[in-house]
Design a protein around this ligand. Structure first.
Ligand code: ZN
Length: 170
């Protein structure tokens, strides 16, 4: 029989795996969950399971979505001839919040990082190339302004330029 403190310890350990949550914060969250009504905790648990069961990748732009293709890819209001290339689904959410971009997205799933062993084959580069057709007006490279993002931008520019579409940077 596990001791009663084992479940608290396990929850703390699981929470500390989350990004930005250190051991101390994890413990604080775990103790908070012990104090709130059981219904609230069940709601949280259900939401955690539900997001994993329902959310998948859009097989066109590779962001997270419940329906494939996603709402952006299937919207008639979006301009399919402009693609904004980003690193993560969180970038799509951030750009959508500005309400200023009316094209489509392409989520690479990261950036090139030879030191971490992440090459083009680990990103959705092949899938991006497959989306580029002669009607494409513009490809916007909106990668993070760090070394990896810069290397990815240079790599993609070389790859995309011969395909004829206008390439811009955000
Ligand atoms: Zn999509």
């Amino acid at each position: 029989m596990p001791q009663s403190s084992d479940s608290l310890k396990q929850l703390t350990e699981e929470l500390s795996k989350l990004p930005g949550i250190g051991h101390k914060s994890a413990q604080r969250l775990a103790l908070h969950l012990l104090k709130v009504p059981k219904d609230e905790v069940l709601e949280l648990a259900r939401a955690l399971v539900s997001v994993k069961e329902k959310m998948r990748y859009c097989t066109s732009c590779w962001t997270f979505t419940e329906a494939d293709p996603c709402a952006i890819c299937s919207s008639p209001k979006r301009n399919p001839h402009i693609i904004c290339v980003v690193e993560e689904p969180s970038d799509v959410i951030a750009l959508e919040r500005t309400n200023e971009f009316a094209g489509l997205y392409h989520v690479l799933g990261g950036s090139l990082s030879p030191l971490d062993g992440i090459g083009p084959e680990d990103l959705k580069v092949k899938e991006l190339l497959e989306r580029i057709n002669p009607g494409m007006e513009e490809i916007i490279l909106a990668l993070n302004p760090n070394v990896e993002g810069e290397a990815t931008t240079i790599y993609l520019t070389r790859l995309l330029r011969p395909l004829g579409a206008k390439i811009t940077r955000l």
